[in-house]
Design a protein around this ligand. Sequence first.
Ligand code: ATP
Ligand code: MG
Ligand code: MG
Ligand code: MG
Length: 562
Amino acid sequence: MRWSRFYIPTLKEAPSDAEVVSHKLLTRAGMIRKLTSGVYTYMPLGLRSISKAASIVRQEMDKAGANEVSMPMVQPADLWQESGRWDFYGPELLRFKDRHQRDCCLGPTHEEVITDIVRGEVRSYRQLPMNLYQIQTKFRDEIRPRFGLMRGREFIMKDAYSFDRDQQGLDVSYQAMYDAYMSIFSRMALSFRPVEADSGSIGGSFSHEFMVLADTGEDTVVVCKECSYAANIERAEVFCTGDECDRLDIPFEETATPGKCTVEEVAAFLDVTPAAIIKTLIYVADGEPVVALVRGDRELNDIKLKNLLHADTLEMATPEQVQKWTNAPVGYAGPVGIQVSRIVADNELRLATDWITGANKADTHLKHVSLKRDVKLAGFADLRLITEGDACPKCGGAISLTKGIEVGHVFKLGTKYSEAMNCKYVDEQGREQTMLMGCYGIGVSRVVASCIEQNHDADGIKFPPPIAPFEALVLNLDIRTEDVCAKVDEIETLLAAQGMDVLVDDREERPGVKFKDADLIGIPMQIVVGGKGLARGVVEVKDRRTGEKAELPVQGFAEAFA
Ligand code: ATP
Ligand code: MG
Ligand code: MG
Ligand code: MG
């Protein structure tokens, strides 16, 4: 590929709204261009990187026995009504009406669509297990799109869905995806860690997030220095603090009358701005009224709490509503309420939410939600949750906290969707059974941004070869000199014959410009061919990642790369 024919609009300045390095460099390297908030065009170079990441994902998914499909981005509301999510998914779901006034949405995820397909296709146990995946554009109307490709509103996700006959089958499918993710992120040369994630009231530790370790990560990861324990902070807190968790129930007398209170009144009471509150609820938990404050600037990890993100008035929740919101496990006494507490840890306000499903404390499902630091709550500052150096829940060793970027998530759904949407098969005995499902996501565009967060220096990107848009860049320093051009062609042909993706900088630019751009776009191998070098019988090879330079004799060049 010739640079003169390949559009790479590099920039000297980063856009003013770019806060993190990947956003700055992706823009400066001409890889992305912003259309509107959280929505980007992938320019030729950016698209190449994304395609490389996608093809690693595709290869490993295929190897794990999953089948690629491509589902529509536009989805009818009926399916979402059937699963119950139409009413409960917050404003992240972009809804619209078609010309016949039918409600539709843009897919933020595809559980409903895939379940609809499978229930229409699969009849017999012989057709299971099945795992279907796609690599496709998702839309989530994120409250705070930022950091370029890291948190876009439109982004590329690989989403896979497994269907099994029984729990053992689901365990096998889940493990296969977990293993595939290990291979995928290793092949991408990312420094990452799988961590236990909270799966809310679905139960068990059957959710793992794959975290790329980077200071700019929005998630906090708890790792034990002595054993293999690693979890996201929400889960670790549930695990570590359990019943000893310091809890403060907001005194009922201090709030306004339930059902009549305005958002402004609650905001004044909580000392936050009204805009920060998406929804506030007062519940009766164990006969005690408590207040839930749900803010919209942090995506709530738990799908159940997302359900609360609609109205802007205060209301009483009935046990039936709570049951619906929390999707509390059946078989218990049923939820009697949600208890919400405010806890301050390291200047960070957290909301601890219990859904109390019975008299027994063991039935309590705890959920912590991190809120914004700028929320001040006088009087609570000395309470703390887990911090650096605390004892690890597994072995008692010291834990440490690091920042991570969630690039992948594997999740056992169980019968949540198959039950609601009647996705059944007939077993060996001719009985109807509900399928067990798992879902597995990878943020393909986010992966490229995370890779840059981990691999850069002051001059630009330092791509590892697997996700680099090109593997080698040949810089032609004397485009008017015939033997230089001939040598460049020869080297290009030679490298291409090795299966490498080669870009040749044949632009009419000064060497200084070419060197700067080369370092900015971060192609791992740079080969500099110029008249002066050739006169001495050498070309220069530079490893962009280590900065190491070597002069290779033109004579032995072919052998060195053979
Ligand atoms: P986050 O906690 O960062 O909001 P999520 O838990 O909502 O992510 P999932 O529903 O688990 O995301 O989706 C699967 C994957 O899609 C995530 O692991 C992440 O890599 C990616 N992803 C999610 N939201 C975005 C986004 N707004 N921009 C880019 N990638 C995203
Ligand atoms: Mg999210
Ligand atoms: Mg998440
Ligand atoms: Mg997730």
